[in-house]
Ligand binder design. Sequence first.
Ligand SMILES: [Zn+2]
Length: 274
Amino acid sequence: MPELPEVETTRRGIAPHVEGREIVEVIVRQASLRVPVPEDLVERLIGARIGELARRAKYLLVPLEGEAPGTLLWHLGMSGSLRMARLGELPKKHDHLDLVLDDGAILRYHDPRRFGFVDWLAGSAAQDSRLARLGPEPLSEAFDGERLFTRSRGRRLAVKPFLMDNAVVVGVGNIYAAEALFLAGIDPRRSAGRISRERYERLAAAVREVLAAAITQGGTTLRDFVGGTGEPGYFKQRLNVYGRDGQPCRRCGAELRLVTLGQRASVFCGHCQT
Ligand SMILES: [Zn+2]
């Protein structure tokens, strides 16, 4: 599933190819995504100029300038990806939407499971209800151990689902929560309200570390956004615990354990994480 680093990698990958360009054609091959493609999308987009791309949590924001200014709110869902295609490059199966730009380049949306969507918002995205409730960005100043400590007081919830709550901090999905808890040495089953301020400082630092590393690794495959597979590089990361249950801990050699927390599989080291 594309998580925050993959969306950020996508933003950085496509930005140089789309910013400042005018949309000259829109091809919708499949309108039935998680949110149906708005019927008037084509009409609104033709002739619009693309502004500076932004990201909020796992949403990609594409500002549009012109007669009908607005913002495209793009979510990649479970299996979506955006990449640049060249004029004349035939669409593949599951290539649902093309934005053809004035230099002939095509921004192409691919999504086999169709849990992603693209929606059009009038004006800026800040007032949209999907964005208004979100907690701070994990790589911003607003996110730190103090916030985790304060928000967790009185909470009996296990720390892993607490960390994955978008109202606490956005974009920390299953992979990165598991990896950050390993780096911070915290047992994912531990009650969020019983963890000290010092340990939350370590956890916040670990969240930043794993996300920043994942974005950097995604960055090494940026060329893939033009003419390549368009697959972000998140499986290339060196994962310590995610998906490694039954294998030895890289730090101590103990067998990694699997538990289910908040309906999500969670792998951890019972020796290094307390
Ligand atoms: Zn260990």
